[in-house]
Structure formats: structure tokens, C-alpha cells
Design a binder for this molecule. Structure first.
Ligand SMILES: [Zn+2]
Length: 400
């Protein structure tokens, strides 16, 4: 993830009767309906020193699960006041009081949005179900009494972050994992700082996704789907880690079965997307692993024929691992590609996983297998087609 580069506001023109405005960095964290300010620092005038200063502050703040915003003000107190006000205003939690607190700059180019610059990505933990909410309420860390009100607040918070142009990540706040995390770290689950520490941990290793303005119901569904995918991935990894899978069925190398299965899965995924053409693509794989159904999908996009395919790498890794587990164990399964382009019906291509290879079913078999399964882009005029031939030719050389 990349933090938005802090924008430098243009030099401010000063009215003789007004005190000089300086740039301040305000360090703190959004908490409940307010903003907790930890400290306010003058930023250095030299651009390079300033940049380094802000990076160090951001790193320190992130360690404490906070963030840094820069603002022009005449005093540290005013800087703090402005950040609090702006945080509340953009979160929709306070009335717009601009008439009571006019921007003190005379530069017409500096709007309130310009005054507040996000320097770090935002991470927001989301409790997705009423049951999880009740379980976490026992720790008395939530300033809300019902899940619906809580979700409204969370949605406002997410929108406030994206409104500032901040890269925003939603993470699943799971009560069981929270309890385990606190037990393992020997920290008090009821302490106010524990939630922030868990969120930081979950953002690195737990179920997470990028927030891009979707409504809260859609977001919670996406988090549940991602949690299932994460579980499938963990299961696929355990399968691939099994020592007794035997030699690679293609080359006989006794130590290469997992590695070659992963290479093959990745090559197949790339081959599918290479020929998918322009549009938005979703590749889903599903395998039967010792009676358990493992499923994962990856989103990709190619905007023009001359641009490369953009792919979500985190998802691609998960899809490849699950497909590789199917290849390595010679289990049954399948892969579908759903392609959406403007002004055309969605196209669904299907492949069957058999004996470690993706084979081509008939269009009818694709419809029977997938036509009744709901997809994100389900429409009545979706076309079902057999997947194209993925047998490696000169385009896709293999290690064999
Ligand atoms: Zn091999």
C-alpha cells in the first residue's frame, strides 16, 4: 500500500492584520465520533527535511495505530481545533460550521480539503454481524449499544477517509481472533489500546480488502467472502505442505510436486487472463479437497488491447495455491472466467480440473455446472462457453 504524497499548499498571502499561518502536523487517531489528538508539531520549511520529518512522524503514529494530517494555522491550538472540526465535518458527525469558523487563509486556492492532507493510509476494523458485535461488547470497548448504529458510524468513518483521498482498508474484526490475539500477547482485551493493536495485526495478516465506496451491506458481504477465501487458501497451503504427496506426476521429481503444481497453476491462470481480452475479469477456482470445497477468486482488468492485464496479486496468489492443491492431489474441480465488457453480455468460460490438468467441457456442461450458480455479474443474457485450449505451446513454455 502506498500513502498519498502530502500535498504542499501554495504559499499563503497574508493580510497585514492577521497573524502568520504556519504548517502544522497533527498526530492522532479517529476514535468514536471524535478525533484524539496526540501532539501538534511545526513542520520544517525545507521541503526535503519536511518530507523526512513527516515520514518519521507517520511511522511513529502508525506504530500506535494513528495518523498524521497537515494543516495551516496560526497556532498549534488552532491547528488542533481545525483538525478536530474537519474530522467531525467530513465524517458527517458535526454540522458544517464553516460560517462560524471561516478559513483563515486569504489564498482562494486553499479550500478546507486542501488544508487537511492525509499522510497515511486508513485502516478500519469492521464488526460484520450482530453476533460478533454482542461478543465484543462484553469487553466494553465499543461506544455503541447496537450493531446497526455501529455500522452507520463505520460507514461514515470509511467515507470520511476516502473523501480525503486516503487509501482505506477495511479489516474483519472477529471476536474469536481478537480474544486469541489478546491471550497470546498477554494483553487486556478490555484496554482501549488493544483494539488498535489487533487492527494493525489484522490488517497485516487477517482478512482485509480495499474500501472503494461500496455501501456497508456490500462491504460486510465482501469481507465474509474474503474470509472464506482466506480459509480456503490456508487449507490449500496445508495440503501443499504435506510431505507425502509423492513425486511430481509430470516429471517424477520426488521433491518437486508442490513447486511444479504451483508453477503450473500460475501458468494456467496467466494463460487464461492473457487471452481473456479487454474488460473486467473474475477467475474463480473451486476444488474438492478431502471432502471440503475450497474456493477462491481473483479480479483482473484489461482496459485496452495495448495495456497489460492488471491483477489483484493477493487474490491471484490464493487462487493459484488452491488450483495448485487440486493439481498436486489430482482431485476434481474447475475454473471459470467471467468477463464483463460494456455493451455486451457477460461471457463465462469454464474448464474442468481432471488428473492435474484443465480440460475443456462443452458449452452445455459449462452452463450446467455454472449457469445456475450466482455470480456478481449475473444477467439473463450471460453467454456460457467452453474454456479455450490452455495446452502449453510456444507461447507458454513449461519446465518439462
Ligand atoms: Zn514436475
Amino acid at each position: 500500500m502506498t500513502a498519498a504524497q502530502p500535498r504542499r499548499a501554495a504559499a499563503t498571502l497574508h493580510d497585514e492584520t492577521r497573524p502568520t499561518e504556519n504548517e502544522y502536523a497533527v498526530i492522532g487517531r479517529a476514535e468514536g465520533s471524535g478525533y484524539q489528538v496526540w501532539s501538534v508539531e511545526r513542520t520544517p520549511a525545507d521541503p526535503d527535511t519536511r518530507q523526512q520529518f513527516l515520514e518519521e512522524l507517520s511511522n511513529d503514529a502508525e506504530d500506535q495505530w494513528g495518523g498524521v494530517s497537515t494543516v495551516y494555522a496560526t497556532s498549534p491550538q488552532e491547528a488542533e481545533e481545525r483538525i478536530r472540526h474537519e474530522q467531525a465535518r467530513i465524517a458527517g458527525l458535526a454540522p458544517d460550521q464553516e460560517t462560524h469558523m471561516p478559513a483563515k487563509t486569504t489564498d482562494p486556492d486553499i479550500t478546507p480539503e486542501h488544508l487537511l492532507t492525509p499522510a497515511t493510509p486508513a485502516i478500519v476494523a469492521v464488526i460484520t454481524t450482530p453476533e460478533h458485535f454482542e461478543a465484543l461488547r462484553t469487553y466494553d470497548i465499543l461506544p455503541f449499544t447496537d450493531h446497526t448504529t455501529y455500522l452507520t458510524h463505520i460507514e461514515n468513518l470509511l467515507r470520511a477517509h476516502t473523501a480525503r483521498g486516503q487509501h482505506t482498508i477495511a479489516v474483519l474484526f472477529d471476536p474469536e481472533e481478537y480474544t486469541d490475539y489478546c491471550d497470546e500477547g498477554n494483553i487486556d482485551p478490555a484496554a482501549p489500546t488493544s483494539q488498535g493493536r489487533y487492527t494493525a495485526e489484522a490488517a497485516a495478516t487477517g482478512t482485509r480488502l480495499t474500501y472503494h465506496g461500496q455501501d456497508i451491506a456490500h462491504l460486510t458481504n465482501e469481507l465474509h467472502a474474503q474470509a472464506d477465501q482466506d480459509d480456503s487458501y490456508e487449507c490449500a497451503r496445508r495440503i501443499l505442505d504435506l510431505a507425502d504427496l509423492g513425486p511430481c506426476p509430470d516429471c517424477g521429481d520426488s521433491s518437486a510436486r508442490t513447486g511444479h503444481a504451483l508453477e503450473k497453476a500460475m501458468r494456467l491462470l496467466i494463460a487464461i487472463l492473457d487471452r481473456a481480452g479487454t474488460g473486467t475479469h473474475k477467475v474463480t477456482t473451486c476444488i474438492d479437497a478431502f471432502g471440503e470445497k475450497l474456493i477462491a477468486c481473483v479480479n483482473a482488468e484489461q482496459s485496452t488491447v495495448d495495456t497489460p492485464v492488471r491483477i489483484n496479486e493477493h487474490e491471484a496468489l490464493q487462487v493459484a495455491a488452491i488450483l495448485a492443491a487440486g493439481i498436486a492431489t489430482h482431485t476434481t474441480g474447475g475454473v471459470i472466467l467471467c468477463t464483463s465488457t460494456p455493451d455486451a453480455p457477460d461471457r463465462v468460460f469454464g474448464w474442468r480440473l481432471e488428473h492435474g490438468d484443465l480440460t475443456q467441457p462443452t458449452a452445455g456442461e459449462v452452463f450446467l455446472a455454472f449457469g445456475t450458480a450466482p455470480t456478481d455479474n449475473d444477467t439473463s443474457d450471460t453467454e456460457y462457453r467452453p474454456g479455450y485450449n490452455l495446452t502449453p505451446g510456444s507461447e507458454w513454455p513449461t519446465h518439462h
